[in-house]
Design a protein around this ligand. Structure first.
Ligand code: SAH
Length: 376
């Protein structure tokens, strides 16, 4: 069997069974890696950079087909509000880690956050994502106050939090205040790799505890990893896919690792565009109904990264709607895109990219397919 036939076979199994053995997964990843020297198949004429190998074409076409069965041509937008870059943690990959004394720190006030939501709402956003470092200034009381205020003003919008590891009680309180979704990447499921990326205070056990609590409490939960993070091996990636399959998240955020100059990983290599696209497509086939963003990090390592992500099975984009004067300060990695634009310009640019990729910008809440929101 030649490589393209083997790819067709493996992708066929993934499409039918949403599962593949470790050996078969490794085989597929090997083929994709080995055949990656020359990309001659044009996926979409409107995007000249959208070229792939014949093997990738098989994989991506299957991912798009499955994605369209669940979500049609819709791409959901989330208005991302990066409300604080203070952080008590010292993750070795992250530009806003505590030890980075060069980071210029900021916090948004309740009014500033609500103003962002107002602007976002006028632009059509129906999901707001509040993301930040683990900043103890924002006590549970403050977070709940902000969530309640957004919930009251924008009852038709989904509220997503991405503020790190908290106790079950805190997660419960945010949910009761009106939060619908929570993003917390596991970063890596392998304990040893986890310890390599994180300070001693953090553990994969607690991270997984958080994710399980969030799911039990009734959030739509997003987990995920960085692709090509320092020390990551093929085995780690397969371990992550297994974890995600077992856990059953509603969203999976994956993007390439990108070094930040003022972190211990400053001299490490960035994750690759193609490895990220392969994983997006494989995840789409393994967890067909999952919400899968084409991330800002993907758009940072390649000018057409997010469009390519959509062509590999992603169905969500999270434009930045933070105030212009703080955008350049939420620097998790070097070269982050969209730090100069205003929210309106960002929206237009994203809409154009989505249309070029052959999809439609959906201005709805964009809940996970099959998730029951009726109980709210
Ligand atoms: N404090 C929150 C938000 C973290 S920022 C939390 O802990 O969940 C969101 C994501 O950015 C992280 O989960 C991580 O996967 C990603 N990230 C951080 N540094 C990065 C880097 N150098 N390159 C690529 N992605 C990075």
């Amino acid at each position: 069997m030649n490589r393209i036939e083997r790819t067709q076979e493996l992708v066929g199994i993934l499409e039918r069974e949403h599962a593949l053995s470790d050996e078969a997964l490794s085989d597929l990843l090997d083929i994709l890696e080995e055949t990656g020297a020359e990309r001659t198949v044009q996926i979409r004429d409107a995007i000249p950079a959208a070229v792939c190998t014949p093997e990738e074409a098989v994989l991506y076409a299957a991912a798009r087909k499955v994605r369209e069965q669940y979500y049609g041509k819709d791409v959901y937008l989330r208005g991302l509000i990066e409300f604080t870059n203070y952080c008590r943690n010292d993750c070795r990959y992250c530009g806003i880690r505590r030890s980075n004394t060069k980071a210029e720190r900021y916090r948004l006030s309740d009014e500033q956050i609500l103003r962002c939501c107002g602007q976002g709402y006028a632009l059509g956003f129906r999901t707001f994502v509040l993301q930040g470092g683990e900043d103890m200034y924002y006590t549970d009381e403050r977070i709940c106050g902000i969530v309640r205020a957004i919930r009251e003003r924008y009852p038709d919008c989904a509220i997503t939090l991405s503020i790190g590891e908290k106790s079950r009680e805190s997660y419960l309180a945010y949910r009761e205040a009106g939060a619908d979704r929570y993003l917390l990447r596991q970063e890596t499921s392998n304990p040893e790799h986890y310890r390599y990326l994180h300070p001693a205070q953090l553990s994969i056990e607690n991270r997984k505890r958080c994710l399980s609590d969030l799911k039990e409490i009734g959030y739509q939960v997003g987990c995920g990893i960085m692709v090509g993070s320092p020390g990551q091996t093929r085995e780690h990636i397969i371990e992550d896919l297994r974890y995600m399959q077992d856990f059953g998240p509603h969203m999976i955020g994956i993007g390439p690792f990108i070094p930040h100059k003022d972190t211990p990983f400053a001299d490490e290599k960035a994750g690759s565009l193609y490895d990220t696209l392969h994983l997006l497509a494989i995840i789409r086939l393994m967890l067909p109904g999952v919400l899968l963003p084409a991330t800002t990090a993907l758009g940072t390592i390649h000018p057409a990264g997010r469009e390519l992500g959509l062509l590999a099975g992603a169905n969500v984009i999270m434009p930045n709607i933070s105030p212009g004067d703080v955008r350049g300060k939420y620097l998790l990695y070097d070269g982050k895109i969209c730090t100069d634009d205003e929210a309106a310009a960002c929206g237009r640019c994203i809409d154009l990219r989505i249309r070029k990729a052959g999809y439609i910008t959906a201005m709805s809440r964009g809940d996970c397919a099959g998730f029951d929101t009726a109980h709210k």
